[in-house]
Every structure is written in C-alpha cells, then in structure tokens.
Design a protein around this ligand. Structure first.
Ligand code: 5GP
Length: 114
C-alpha cells in the first residue's frame, strides 16, 4: 500500500548516500543537489509520514524530533546560523513524499569538524 520512495531506498541501503549522522531515530545525509555549502536532509527511521500535510496527533512528534536532531547536530559542529525547511505538497516544492527536514547553512560542516 505504501509507496516506497527514494528515501526508503536510501534508508534500506539500496541507494548510496553521503551519510553524516545516524542514530535510532534519524538518518542525516547530504542533499544530492546542495543549495548551500551545507545542505543536509533529516529523515525519521521509525515512522513513515509522507508529508507535513499528512500529520496527525499521533505523528506530530516526528517533525519536532527532526528539528531537535538538527539543533543538536548544529550544536555539535558549532554551526550557529542555519535554515530549516519543510516543503509541503507538489505546489510547495515537495518532490520526495517521505517527510524530511532540509538543513541549510552557509557554514561548512567539514570546517566545523575537529
Ligand atoms: P523536497 O523538494 O522533496 O523537499 O526535497 C527533496 C530533496 O531530495 C531535493 O533537495 C533533492 O535534491 C534531494 N534528493 C533527491 N533524490 C536524492 C538522492 O537520491 N540522494 C540524495 N542525497 N538526495 C536526493
């Protein structure tokens, strides 16, 4: 019933991605077409929600978790300025219907690692 998206395939290791971080709840990888020096995508591992437009009371914690993981990653790398974006629906620019958070920063992730 559920359509498998490209992000399902990345999560299952069927398609390679430049992974930056992973834990029980989230996978973070580099966007294949970066719009900023650092452009990461955060996807939930445990729960599949196609889009913000599909959120319910049962799944409203998922975007909050993604935002918190982004904040933690920024803190770890000393990135103090960034943008967090959800594209919602075709007319909102959403191409992949697997809920994901865009993390964009003019600061380089690599430069912040030590
Ligand atoms: P959306 O517009 O759906 O919010 O964003 C989807 C993002 O996924 C786009 O920025 C696009 O560049 C990225 N993307 C699409 N396919 C792949 C892929 O196979 N690998 C990676 N790393 N990113 C992808």
């Amino acid at each position: 019933m559920t359509e498998r998206t490209i992000f399902h395939r990345i999560l299952d290791g069927e398609i390679p991605a430049e992974k930056v971080y992973e834990d029980d709840e989230v996978l973070v990888f580099k966007d294949i077409h970066p719009k900023a020096p650092t452009h990461l995508l955060f996807i939930p591992k445990k729960e599949f929600v196609p889009s913000i437009a599909d959120l319910t009371e049962e799944t409203l914690h998922v975007p909050a978790m993604l935002i918190y993981k982004a904040k933690q990653l920024a803190d770890r790398h000393g990135i103090d300025g960034y943008q967090l974006r959800f594209h919602v629906g075709h007319s909102g620019g959403q191409e992949v219907f697997y809920l994901h958070l865009h993390f964009l920063s003019q600061q380089s992730l690599e430069e912040e690692e030590s």
